[in-house]
Write a new protein. Structure first.
Length: 171
């Protein structure tokens, strides 16, 4: 009995960034081509990078909400959108779905993260001993028994730290 012929598999054309490493990425320019790069010339002679992610996110937020999201993704790909534009579109859709982490990401990138202030207070060993006594008294009152407060290693602040604490509004 003759062997059954195997069905032919359809070959799918992969985008360039999905091709396996070492695979050729197209044909080289033939010698004398006017568009080939000269030796020592960069592929980006102007040196101008594309728009930042924050710019793309701001643009994606102004796009109308698509009725068919899958179709919208394919239209972006067909139009030659960059990975950054597609990622910004995806994050904008996640935000529209109510994903608060995506909304926070967009806010941080487009408006900047809110300023965080850290207040450093310098304590002397006398302040620390008084605080320990206050905690012990509060524990005794609350439980009706003596509290065991572990000893704390006291590190005296350096003059530089004292100046910083004064500027920050500390002691």
């Amino acid at each position: 009995m003759p062997a059954k012929p195997k069905p032919k598999r359809e070959r799918v054309q992969l985008p360039g960034w999905l091709k396996p490493k070492g695979a050729p990425r197209g044909k080289a320019f033939p010698p004398g081509n006017a568009y080939a790069w000269r030796p020592g010339e960069s592929g980006n002679p102007a040196g101008t990078p594309g728009p930042k992610l924050s710019t793309r996110l701001a643009e994606a937020l102004n796009l109308p909400m698509p009725a068919d999201r899958q179709k919208a993704y394919w239209e972006l790909i067909a139009a030659g959108a960059s990975m950054g534009e597609i990622a910004a579109f995806a994050i904008a859709l996640m935000t529209a779905d109510g994903d608060l982490s995506a909304a926070g990401f967009i806010a941080d990138r487009t408006e900047g993260a809110p300023e965080q202030t850290v207040r450093q207070v310098a304590m002397t060993s006398d302040d620390l001993a008084k605080a320990r006594d206050d905690v012990a008294a509060w524990e005794r009152e609350r439980r009706g028994q003596p509290a065991v407060v572990p000893p704390v290693e006291v590190v005296e602040p350096t003059p530089k730290r004292r100046r910083r604490a004064k500027r920050a509004g500390g002691a």
